[in-house]
Design a binder for this molecule. Structure first.
Ligand code: ADP
Ligand code: MG
Length: 223
């Protein structure tokens, strides 16, 4: 079996400032295998965005370590950290986070390291919305905004895509459709979704799933 793309080892995260001390994550252990689709669900305040910031190398654990492609994040220099973030990690957020004055295609190409319009259009074709390439975000539905964010996350062929609340305000039907797209692209990358949605039944799409509760992670055993 391949080495995991992402590994959390005894990760503990505290926010510690003059006003208060808060334990956001405690003893979090998990790993994510290559070409798998994984999900962590937890209510607001359970620590999902804290996990997201750690994975995208915007923050460091208080204790414990995180391995990305077998590299300890604690040992990365600042410059290596930004290279890794840019080249190896794709991100998706709740609102799509698109530049309002750029078309869908321009948004997708924005972080592309080797600019290649044809390749960006091919990714749009894979996600079945290339007809919308010249539209501005304000004219796209929430679902197409998330497709744009997904395409943008894919452009540099990252080893991992991490999505913080990607289902945002999608209705149930579009949520499942977005999940089908995550499932479709998992062979090109590896995916971790963080979501507060525990109503929709995602079981059949997922290789592994976890629950986050008050900063503690529990693995759900699939049968
Ligand atoms: P979620 O994304 O699941 O809603 P968060 O990771 O945003 O959870 O928050 C987990 C806990 O950490 C919450 O109690 C939140 O108030 C706290 N928290 C998050 N970010 C900070 C911060 N920068 N400073 C202090 N506390 C924070
Ligand atoms: Mg959050």
């Amino acid at each position: 079996m391949d080495r995991p793309v992402l590994e959390f080892k005894e990760v503990h995260k505290e926010y510690d400032d003059a006003e208060m001390k808060l334990i956001a994550l405690s003893e979090v252990n998990f790993n994510v295998q290559k070409n798998s689709l994984n999900m962590i669900t937890g209510p607001a305040g359970s620590g999902k965005t804290t996990l997201f910031h750690l994975i995208i190398l915007m923050d460091l654990p208080s204790t414990g370590d995180i391995f990305l492609n077998n590299e300890s994040v604690l040992e990365l220099s600042l410059s290596k950290r930004s290279v890794l973030r840019r080249e190896k990690i794709g991100t998706m957020l709740r609102w799509g986070n698109l530049m309002p004055y750029l078309t869908a295609l321009e948004n997708i190409m924005l972080p592309m390291i080797n600019k290649n319009e044809q390749k960006a259009i091919q990714i749009m074709e894979l996600l079945e919305f290339s007809k919308k390439k010249d539209m501005l975000p304000k004219d796209l539905t929430h679902f197409d905004k998330q497709k744009t964010a997904m395409a943008r996350a894919l452009v540099n062929e990252p080893s991992l895509i991490v999505a913080d609340e990607p289902f945002g305000d999608l209705n149930n039907e579009k949520t499942i459709k977005l999940m089908e797209l995550f499932h479709k692209i998992k062979n090109e990358t590896t995916i971790l979704i963080l979501s507060d949605d525990n109503d929709t039944n995602f079981d059949k799409y997922l290789d592994s799933s976890f629950i986050l509760e008050n900063g503690k992670l529990i693995k759900i055993n699939k049968n």
